[in-house]
Design a protein around this ligand. Sequence first.
Ligand code: PLP
Length: 388
Amino acid sequence: MIFLDAAATTPVRREALEAMWPYLSGEFGNPSSHHTLGEAAAAALAGARSGVAKVLNCRAGEVTFTSGGTEADNLAVKGIALARQAADPSMNRVVISAIEHPAVEESARYLERVHGFVVDVLPVDGDGLVSVDALTDVLRPETALVSIMYANNEIGSIQPIEALAAAAREGGVPFHTDAVQAAGWLPLDVKALGVDALSMSGHKLGAPKGSGVLFTKGRLRVEPLVHGGGQERGKRSGTENVAGAVALSTALALSSAEQPEQASRAAGLRDQFIERILASVPGAFVTGHRLQRLPSVASFCFPGTSGESVLLELERLGVVCSSGSACAAGSDAPSPVLLALGIAPEIAQTAIRFSFTSSVTDSELEQAADAVETAVGRVRNLASPQAG
Ligand code: PLP
């Protein structure tokens, strides 16, 4: 099987598994316990936090471990907006882009539904990019937060995060970015990016599912969503997932050390793959920005097919990928991300995303490209046999 669905999830790296193993077995303590087992767990958690902080170029105290990207996004969007409103009741707007992951979009909708916020949704252009001027124009004195993703999970387009964060800063509004897909592929230095908050998820970069991080800058207040014993400096109660945090920190450190080399290698393979598909599959086109995209994501529409049928055909041919985001799987509705790019619904339903891990090889992508040509041809023949 050729696995080209790494944007959905990745296998746990051996190094991450080995690093976490002691905290699932002999050193199984609760970091809040005042005995040697507990202290060992607390030390491991502190080490994991410092490891993440090193990659993000922030202080360890600015790192909150969560149960994953979804929780990190929820904590950022709801937690920051509600804390700002608690300090100043006039704060009642949040800004997001039209192509956010549901973890951000639904958090903003919750603020609208339950707390009376106004959600300003910034459009994207045909490449999936947000305009910095449009952000500047939409900011109001009542804007509590801007949340714009670093890189999109369906089309891979990378936003001009430094410029967007600078525009928000100019307007005096905290800026959060969902870096779940960017992590492992793009620089994550929060100071260089100029962001106030950033979310990540362990399982996209070789750590287990159920581990995540939210960075929040300095004294930026965050209203907790999970109440209890006050762990994670009161931002996120609950006994910490020590093993998950250790694995995330290990996988993040490795992927960030490998990042420049792996990213340029993957980008080269991605471009060859894209060229090959465009040359061999009539009518195919790339979704998202052609170059300003994740090195690991190649996404297309294949008009005259159905994405689901091509997906099934590809799986028969030994290639596993995705017809949209995993989160939207099972839904027949065309992807809101593709509709936001201006793609017609019937064409959006023909979308396929190929996403690689850094260990992808040239020959795997060649075989996958052959399979795509065959699969699309078969599905088109079934749709209109006389044409074939
Ligand atoms: N944000 C983006 C951009 C994602 O791609 C995902 C997962 O696909 C998430 C958030 C949610 O992360 P998790 O699966 O860790 O909850």
